[in-house]
Design a protein. Structure first.
Length: 270
């Protein structure tokens, strides 16, 4: 995996928050930051690329430098559909960062459907932020949603790495609904399964404190509540009950849209 963080920008205030989060992520990793604007082709075009696009990425790159002067920042304007452009960028990235929505009327806008589609197709984890988030980090734990799915298992390694980089506690959360579990499932068994999901990673990350939290409730509500005090929430792209044909799981879509902190969505790509 390359030492690169990519951020998609569209000129909105939210995408500048994404730039701040991406710059902080690059600084923690010692990675390069690439600022990318996807310019949707419009015909007829009199000037390709639009000079305004160059100004947009230049301003975003300057914002990244202000947020993290130690990070090497490059920039690019790429013609094409936003999701396709960022999916291609994700092949060479360790993390890709976008706003959860953008401004209407801006070429290359990052509206709600774009992060969802990108998270379902990206070759690396996707971090989504909203303008009100403290995207650069802050106090609070890193929260990991655990449900036993393959994507959730993939998210465990990402969560440990993020918690270690941020020097934060890692809280592994499992939402448990007694009336919807197989017969014979007990809280003790659910806790055991939660611990087994984490087992093996603690040797790799011995300095990271891990806490297990088994909560009675629906996954969406449990994770949104946990995000109130978290600096970062990490979930698998599709959960254990994912329905074939859906681009992204309903829980991951919900937290990407409504969480009170930035969200990293992880998809198993192998």
């Amino acid at each position: 995996m390359s030492n690169l963080v990519v951020v998609g920008v569209d000129g909105s205030a939210m995408s500048l928050t994404a730039v701040e989060g991406a710059a902080a992520a690059a600084a923690r990793r010692g990675a390069e930051l690439r600022v990318v604007h996807a310019e949707v082709p419009i015909k007829p075009r009199y000037m390709v690329p639009d000079p305004a696009s160059g100004t947009l990425v230049q301003e975003a790159a300057a914002h990244a430098f202000d947020a993290a002067p130690e990070v090497v920042v490059t920039r690019a304007v790429v013609t094409g559909d936003v999701v396709h452009v960022l999916e291609a960028e994700s092949q060479a990235a360790e993390l890709i960062v976008v706003g959860s929505r953008g401004m209407g009327g801006v070429l290359g806008l990052l509206l709600g459907s774009t992060p969802v589609s990108l998270a379902a197709r990206s070759h690396c984890p996707v971090m989504t932020v909203r303008e009100e988030h403290q995207a650069s980090g802050g106090a609070g734990p890193v929260v990991l949603g655990v449900d036993g799915s393959s994507d959730s298992d993939e998210a465990v390694d990402v969560a440990f790495a993020e918690a270690t980089q941020r020097r934060a506690e890692l809280v592994a959360v499992h939402a448990w609904q007694p009336d919807k579990t197989p017969p014979g499932t007990t809280p003790q068994l659910a806790e055991q399964l939660l611990a087994q999901t984490i087992a093996g990673r603690t040797d790799t990350y011995p300095d990271t404190t891990v806490r297990y939290d088994l909560v009675n409730g629906k996954a969406r509500e449990v994770l949104l509540e946990a995000s109130r005090t978290a600096q970062l929430l990490i979930v698998g792209a599709r959960g254990r009950s994912g329905i074939a044909g859906l681009l992204l799981g309903s829980v991951s879509q919900a937290v990407m849209t409504h969480a009170h902190c930035p969200v990293i969505t992880v998809r198993r790509t192998t």
